[in-house]
Design a protein around this ligand. Structure first.
Ligand code: GL4
Length: 826
């Protein structure tokens, strides 16, 4: 960590705050180069310039930041705390320049110093503190909270290693560690004074305190210290700068002297190593993997630190504990932080001496829970022995919550013991496990899903009994994404055209894009629209070439599927179609099909063999197709390695077609679908997640719909699905599967894809084969539509024009109104 630049004399904070001009920026960059990097221009590396500029930008955020914190401390307002194990914030420099409105000034300043701003921005390491949609959503919400000037704090974990870097070797995914902090992080302010202790293990004792009240004491086997590491979150063109507070774990003492004195030096050191391991690495599973002790420890660690911090902030405000829920609301981003229910109870009961009823009332009024998945394998549960050994006191509290809760269920439904078993916080059906989604639901005043369809399915399936008991607690808040990063920042060409056409207001009010509709058929406007898309495709083509060595033609239809690799997302359905196209083109070279470039990107969880095999398949198809002279100018297949926020900036703006082809009912919302739409891509998709609403907004005629509906999927699976029937009924599909099985895409080794082909033929849990025929037919409609450039461009313009609903500003307003009772304080 570099020295804190606020201690520097030159310039001074006040000057820096107003020094938003190019000259003062240039002066500060030079200053910082010397005083923080100990370099002079002639020998400065590009990274030194990146650091110097970033510190200069951070300086310009500091006063806003401090002012914002002061404003919140003084005001009698509720603060929204967003608790999330992941914040996939992406690179900061470009975004902070945009939100401060000093990009042009920074460009001029760097130019005067002989540096190119874009090159410098591109040097920033990606802070990959998340897996995918869930972590990126949290980051979009922070941007909107700051832009809407709502009092908010993000709380999470400062992972030393973020999501792994994906390399592709011989077509296979290889994971490499992500050393994102190696060269320092100029955005982070470490606050050693903001630190809390977290207990693990040990045992509990109950006793009566001096006033005769029953109290429980938890004697821990081990304590870990959490230290706050803050990152500023500036709103777009407003004075508000919120905080993302991430906890780093440290050993309580560098040596446990007691152990040391009895000679157990190694024991003492080991304790330190274990403590520091807690925030070492992000778990790379998009949908959680069960039973990992360290993961439960991470969750409890950051939740406990965050709640203790909120209690301290309440004290700083001079408010009594009774007002906790009036001053704070905590949104649980999935069940990862759901241990907050028990921990807040513990802090109120054991540490503050409150009575159960009052503590419970505060807890429930404070917490709200967002569910992000219905996949049964992704619903978190923890085995009792593991839980007890790590968190004995929280477990006792969970038992007591459960006892009281089940009493309530029994009162409402006397004699209905199967309902009681279904709703219990403990699953007693096999080895006993705690159901974290039940804990989160029981301990919250609001529960929401993340798209209309998902929220209804949530009420009808996973949380059905709870929705029956407390219908008023259930909500939907459809996800949104920030138009700052995912349009203004990543697509500057289009942003300029939007400014010119509907005025700059669209960046803070995305519904203004509706003003584009009037231009959808204007030939001159269409030409400009296409020219921008073409330029974006040229940029992506460059990145593709440097990442894979393959040259692609920007005139081809860019058909893109980027997201985590998962069977339910059905990258293999797309792959089957590519193989069929390849076969068709080989057989009938005269076919009048539009040239297409298929682009894939996404990581597979390291332990998910089938997902890794799908990556291997895409790369195998790419190898064959891209080296076949007959496919030249007709078909290209790209697997873009290490898809992350940085590469996403080049990908979304270059897409013609967005693949959103999950099995209906499986994708809770999706957010990539929204980013593509904003950037003028058309969607080919199923009626799943937010696709349903995207189609509603865009208009059915501007969306390529195919596939089974959620209820069809459910019925088919209930009645017995036979994938082989679909293969038998469709020659093209059978031939595609045969070709894959023959070893054609695996250098002649027919064994490689056998597990994938067999899985599809026998089980096909995600109905790829059932949807294949309709998908292929829909792709033919895409082809025909593409051959009419004016018609396609019109649809593209209308998609952008009607994407306003999918701004995270809209989503955050809904959370504010319906769930948090929280208004902006300007
Ligand atoms: C996810 C969903 O899979 C995804 O559909 C959704 O958009 C996202 C944010 O709500 O949350 N749930 C999990 S788990 N990971 C996700 O990305």
């Amino acid at each position: 960590m570099a020295a804190n630049p606020t201690t520097r004399v030159p310039g001074g904070a006040e000057a820096a705050r107003h020094g938003l001009d190019a000259e003062s920026l240039q002066r500060d960059v030079l200053d910082n180069l010397v005083s923080l990097q100990a370099r002079y221009p002639a020998i400065a590396t590009p990274h030194d310039w990146y650091m110097a500029l970033s510190y200069s930008v951070r300086d310009r955020l500091l006063l806003r930041w401090v002012d914002t914190v002061q404003r919140y401390a003084a005001a009698d307002v509720r603060v929204a705390c967003y608790l999330s194990a992941e914040f996939l914030i992406g690179p900061q420099l470009g975004n902070n320049l945009l939100n401060l409105g000093i990009e042009a000034q920074a460009r001029a300043a760097m130019l005067a110093l002989g540096q190119d701003l874009d090159t410098v921005i591109a040097l920033e390491e990606e802070p990959g503190l998340g897996n995918g949609g869930l972590g990126r959503l949290a980051a979009c919400y922070l941007d909107s909270l700051a832009t809407l000037q709502m009092p908010a704090l993000g709380y999470g974990i400062r992972y030393e290693f973020g999501i792994f870097r994906q390399a592709i070797r011989d077509g296979w995914q290889v994971e490499e560690t992500d050393k994102w902090l190696q060269k320092g992080n100029p955005w982070e302010i470490v606050r050693p004074d903001v630190a809390y202790y977290v207990n693990f293990g040990g045992h509990t004792q109950s006793a009566t305190d001096a006033e005769g009240r029953f109290r429980v004491r938890w004697t821990a086997a081990n304590q870990v210290k959490g230290v706050a590491c803050d990152t500023p979150v500036p709103g777009y063109r407003v004075e508000t700068c919120n905080t993302l507070r991430l906890w780093k774990s440290e050993a309580v003492e560098s040596f446990d002297l007691a152990d040391f004195n009895v000679g157990d030096y190694y024991g003492a050191v080991q304790e330190k190593v274990i403590s520091e391991t807690l925030s070492k690495v992000l778990y790379p599973n998009d949908e959680p993997e069960m039973g990992k002790r360290l993961r439960l420890a991470q969750q409890y660690f950051f939740v406990s630190c965050s709640l203790q911090d909120m209690l301290r902030l309440l004290e700083l405000k001079g408010e009594p504990i009774e007002r906790f829920a009036d001053m704070f609301v905590a949104q649980l981003n999935d069940t990862h932080p759901s241990i907050a229910v028990a921990e807040l109870m513990r802090l109120l009961l054991d540490e503050r001496g409150l009575q159960w009823e009052q503590a419970w009332d505060i807890t429930r009024r404070t917490l709200a829970y967002t569910n992000h998945t219905l996949l049964p394998e992704a619903l978190e549960t923890w085995g009792l022995p593991l839980f007890r050994s790590l968190l004995p006191r929280p477990l006792e509290i969970i038992y007591e919550i459960n006892r009281r809760f089940l009493d309530e269920v029994r009162q409402r439904h006397p004699g209905d013991e199967s309902r009681v078993a279904r709703m219990s916080l403990i699953d007693e059906s096999g080895d006993r496990r705690i159901r974290m989604a039940h804990l989160a639901t029981v301990g919250s005043h609001a529960v929401n899903g993340v798209a209309a369809l998902h929220s209804s399915l949530l009420r009808e399936t996973v949380l059905r009994d709870f929705a029956e008991l407390w219908p008023e607690r259930f909500h939907n808040v459809t996800n949104g994404v920030t138009p700052r990063r995912f349009l203004a920042l990543c697509n500057p060409g289009l942003a300029r055209l939007l400014d010119e056409t509907v005025g700059e207001g669209w960046i803070a009010d995305l519904t203004r894009l509706r003003g584009l509709e009037a231009h959808a058929d204007d030939a001159a406007f269409q030409r400009r629209w296409r020219a921008i898309k073409h330029a974006n495709k040229e940029v992506l083509a460059q990145h593709i070439q440097s990442a894979t060595g393959v040259v692609v033609d920007p005139r081809a239809l860019f058909d893109i599927q980027v997201k985590r690799i998962h069977e339910y997302k059905r990258q293999h359905l797309n792959a089957l179609y590519m193989v069929a196209l390849y076969q068709r083109l080989r057989r009938e070279p005269q076919l009048a099909l539009a040239p297409r470039c298929f682009v894939f990107g996404g990581k597979a969880a390291p332990g998910y063999a089938m997902a890794k095999l799908i990556i291997r398949l895409i790369n195998g198809i790419a190898e064959v197709v891209n080296n076949d002279p007959a496919m030249e100018g007709r078909l290209k297949v790209i697997f873009f390695p290490n898809f992350n926020v940085k590469s996403a900036h080049h990908i979304y703006p270059a897409a013609d077609l967005s693949e959103q082809i999950s099995t209906a009912g499986k994708e809770a919302s999706g957010t990539g679908n929204m980013k593509f739409m904003m950037n003028g891509a058309l969607t080919i998709g199923t009626l799943d997640g937010a696709n349903v609403e995207i189609r509603e907004e865009a208009g059915a005629e501007n969306f390529f719909l195919f596939g089974l509906r959620a209820q069809d999927v459910e019925r088919l699976q209930r009645e017995g699905y036979r994938p082989a029937d679909h293969v038998a009924a469709h020659d093209e599909l059978r031939e595609a599967l045969d070709l894959i099985a023959s070893g054609h895409f695996s250098r002649g080794e027919s064994e490689v894809f056998r597990p994938l082909v067999e899985n599809l033929m026998q089980w096909d849990h995600f109905l790829a084969l059932a949807d294949y025929a309709d998908y292929a037919a829909c792709q033919a409609r895409v082809d025909a539509a593409w051959q009419d450039p004016a018609g396609w461009t019109r649809m593209s313009i209308l998609n952008t024009a009607r994407s306003g609903k999918f701004s995270s500003d809209r989503a955050i307003r809904e959370y504010g109104d319906r769930i948090w009772s929280l208004a902006p304080i300007g």
